[in-house]
Design a protein around this ligand. Structure first.
Ligand code: PMP
Length: 316
């Protein structure tokens, strides 16, 4: 198996910029062994005013909330983290994403760490050029539209375990298992259901449908991660005069939809072609998905002054 070549990037680690290859943890570290690492992931976009991080303050707020839900005693506040994310992007020209992490680097025996120092690491990089390009085989292709498998048995999104609002490594274990199953069955992606069997979200995306009346519908906040793209799409829909509701979504509503799509920092607006091999709607991508995708792309690129406050320019 070829080794991952270290890209020429620097990682912001507890206030210092260190080479990519040096940003490591011990195999017995608490975060590695217990899945206690919390993180957030945001996009960096080229704009006429230089690189801008999309909704940086909102991502940092969600990150702090994740740490709170898990009980990590984070020593840094929002303002410092915002400054540090911008510094990490400035130090890594061409970065397309910023990943912010808080973790317990200490080697621990007990589930409750004896040394509770929470390290903060911020990686600003380009996923395809810096990571995927170094993997064996051809670069993976992202299809324009997505073929979904609906995971119905395990009821992944349960607020009575670790809440879906916490972006903590441990919360990605069952989605990973489900997505692996979906891939083995020939699908691109998986949709998870909540404890009552309502459609919830994908492993790293939120879910929307457009019903036959043209209303946008998305599951309510309590059963999903509070996606920044989800919230942005709702605001853009409002600006575009598209009616929307946040309510539990049944399987029947999904199969009867005119359009459906996933949203996320990496996925943007990703139209769903089929679920369990049944096509959704009569045309994919449908007109509402396409309109929202176009408008969202303009917003992240700083081309819509109505949403200018969502961009944090790293060089200003
Ligand atoms: N749900 C889950 C479980 C996720 O991990 C993500 C990715 N952060 C999303 C939804 C989409 O969130 P966002 O739009 O903030 O990327």
């Amino acid at each position: 198996m070829p080794h991952l070549e270290a890209p020429d990037r620097r990682i912001w680690l507890d206030g210092r910029l260190v080479p990519w290859a040096e940003a490591t943890v011990h195999v017995l570290s608490h975060s590695h062994a217990r899945g206690s690492l919390v993180f957030d992931y945001m996009s960096v976009n080229e704009t006429p005013r230089g690189p801008a991080i999309f909704r940086l303050a909102d991502h940092v707020a969600r990150f702090l909330h994740s740490a709170e839900l898990v009980g990590l005693p984070l020593e840094r506040g929002a303002e410092e983290l915002i400054r540090a994310c911008k510094e990490a992007v400035r130090a890594n020209p061409g970065a397309a994403v910023v990943k912010l992490h808080a973790y317990l680097p200490s080697v621990e025996i007990d589930v409750v760490p004896a040394d509770d120092h929470v390290a903060v690491a911020i990686a600003a990089f380009h996923p395809r050029k810096d990571v995927l390009a170094h993997k064996p085989g051809p670069l993976p292709r992202t299809p324009e539209t997505v073929r979904i498998w609906l995971e119905k048995e395990r009821r992944q999104r349960r607020p009575d375990i670790m809440h879906p609002h916490a972006k903590v490594a441990a919360n990605y274990t069952s989605p990973m298992a489900a997505k692996w199953q979906a891939r083995k069955r020939g699908y691109d992606e998986v949709l998870l259901v909540d404890e009552r069997g309502f459609v919830a979200e994908g492993p790293t995306t939120n879910f929307f449908l457009v019903d036959t009346e043209g209303t946008l519908r998305t599951p309510p906040e309590e059963s999903v991660l509070l996606g920044v793209t989800r919230r942005s799409i709702l605001a853009i829909a409002e600006a575009d005069g598209i009616p929307f509701v946040e309510e539990p979504i049944t399987e029947a509503a999904l199969f009867g939809a005119a359009e459906a799509f996933l949203t996320g920092t990496s996925a943007g607006v990703w139209p769903i072609a089929s679920v369990d091999d049944r096509t959704i709607g009569s045309v994919c991508p449908g007109p509402v998905s396409l309109g929202l995708r176009r408008h969202f792309k303009e917003v992240v690129a700083g081309k819509d002054p109505a949403f200018a406050s969502w961009l944090s320019y790293v060089n200003e």
